[in-house]
Design a binder for this molecule. Structure first.
Ligand SMILES: NC(=O)c1ccc[n+]([C@@H]2O[C@H](COP(=O)([O-])OP(=O)(O)OC[C@H]3O[C@@H](n4cnc5c(N)ncnc54)[C@H](O)[C@@H]3O)[C@@H](O)[C@H]2O)c1
Length: 437
């Protein structure tokens, strides 16, 4: 099938590349000229494990193309996938939908025959209807609109697309349903379901998933506070809770809270959708409040250790991306913590396995970004661990203890065992466990 993908960010690039990998001819379109030029040369503007090899292979096999011209690309394809980013700052549902409708208008005016517009942007209930209206007003050609929300996770997005837990398709036409089934069949050979539902349900199920996941994290984070205050260990409690087959072990890890640009935005959107219909969004609001409080509490814990004054302290930071296996620092709780420590006068030396270039771009000379993991520890007055990268899990404790001036660790991801930390002479603060050392 011939496909256009609009938007070449974390979502669009993965979607377009994976669809070309199964034999489709895909053109990825973006209005960012520099991004497209780089992609044409096979250079990736983002990091996703496994993506680079797939992009290179599919460019070479002449199945994957990049362009800045939406008009030209729409003229030549059957399906148009929307993978752009809606505005991040918004105060109404209209603000969220407007960028999608702007693109829909261009698509409609470029159509030369029947097209299927597939909306993969996480967008408010009713967006598909509004896309339909916009397209109808701008073309006389026949078309269909499908809602196909994405459940990709940055860091495992390629794998998530190639081996999804489920594919959701919101559509009202049986022929379109068949086309979507054919398109996704190479990725569903292990029997995972393709769920056909109404466009409204498809629009809402992405938000519902986001709320459930964020909710688990916030609930666990609040339980962590109980554990710390009552002398329990959240890791032990988490294992017992996660072993319950009604609950399961994933998304129960306490820490400095969830982040990234989309998960918090999805919960905020749910608050907006609820208010729009007179529903009181008690739970959605609490999930967000608890999440923001995490990072504030963590900073307070660090400041308290230094009697409220980190001015001139050399503090090492491990991790800045909002989660492991991504270079994305947008809305990362780590960035919030880094910002406060800078504001309070600390000298920060930061190592992140992938986010270094993004940190240098954002902070310039305000922090020292190192390319080696142990470099920030030299004569450091403390280490703050903010992202759960694998390489931070089993470090050389002996070396750390020799390098650091003050042997104190603030672990925002509970990567270490208090007893082990004590045995190396560290003062060790973590989440949901009393400090030791
Ligand atoms: N990143 C994820 O893990 C993820 C997972 C599931 C769903 N989503 C959804 O995917 C959507 C996109 O997210 P992302 O992370 O890829 O965003 P992103 O910011 O990384 O990329 C968006 C891209 O779209 C381009 N773009 C925006 N408007 C355009 C236009 N009018 N024409 C052409 N290009 C345009 C931008 O230049 C940018 O390259 C969001 O709705 C998000 O909720 C993202």
């Amino acid at each position: 099938m011939k496909i256009t993908v609009v938007g070449t960010g974390y979502q669009g690039l993965v979607v377009g590349t994976c669809l070309s990998e199964s034999g489709n001819i895909v053109t990825c379109v973006d209005w960012d000229v520099e991004k497209i030029e780089r992609l044409k040369r096979g250079e990736l503007p983002i990091y996703e494990p496994g993506l680079s090899e797939l992009v290179t292979r599919n460019i070479e096999e002449e199945r994957l193309y990049f362009s800045t011209s939406l008009e030209e690309s729409v003229q030549k394809c059957l399906l148009v996938f929307l993978c752009l980013d809606p505005v991040v700052k918004y105060s109404s549902m209209d603000d969220l939908v407007r960028p999608i409708l702007d693109v829909a208008k261009i698509i409609a005016r470029s159509m030369t025959g029947y097209r299927i517009i597939v909306n993969k942007v996480t967008s408010p209930p009713g967006t598909a209807d509004r896309i339909k209206e916009t397209v109808r007003e701008n073309t006389s050609h026949p078309f269909d609109v499908v809602v196909n929300p994405d459940f990709l996770k940055q860091g495992t997005a390629v794998d998530d697309f190639l081996r999804p837990d489920r594919v959701v398709v919101g559509c009202e036409d049986v022929r379109v349903e068949e086309i979507m089934k054919e398109l996704y069949s190479p990725f569903l050979r292990t029997g995972k379901p393709l769920l056909i539902m109404s466009p409204r349900s498809a629009e809402l199920c992405k938000y519902a998933t986001a709320v459930m996941l964020a909710g688990r994290i916030s609930i666990m984070n609040q339980i962590a506070d109980l554990c710390a205050e009552w002398g329990a260990d959240i890791n032990e409690v988490r294992e017992a809770v996660g072993a319950d087959s009604r609950i399961g072990p994933t998304f129960l890890f306490p820490g400095i809270g969830y982040g990234g640009i989309w998960l918090p935005k999805d919960i905020d959107s749910c608050i907006l959708f609820a208010r729009e219909k007179g529903i009181k969004p008690y739970i959605f609001e609490s999930i967000q409040k608890v999440n923001i409080e995490r990072r504030e509490k963590f900073v307070s814990m660090i400041l308290e250790h230094y009697n409220g004054n980190v001015q001139g302290k050399s503090i090492a930071v491990w991790g800045a991306s909002f989660k492991a296996r991504t270079d994305d620092i947008r809305e990362s709780p780590a960035v919030y913590i880094i910002d406060i420590l800078i504001e309070k006068g600390a000298n920060l030396r930061v190592f992140d396995p992938l986010a270094g270039p993004r940190l240098r771009e954002k902070y310039g000379s305000k922090i020292l970004v190192t390319s080696k993991q142990y470099q920030p520890l030299e004569q450091a007055d403390g280490l703050v661990v903010l992202t759960e990268w694998n390489e931070f899990r089993r470090p050389d404790y002996e070396r750390m203890s020799q390098l650091m001036r003050e042997k104190v660790i603030f672990d925002g991801r509970n990567l270490y065992t208090p007893k082990v930390m004590m045995s190396y002479g560290f003062k060790y603060y973590s989440i949901g466990r009393p400090p030791v050392g």
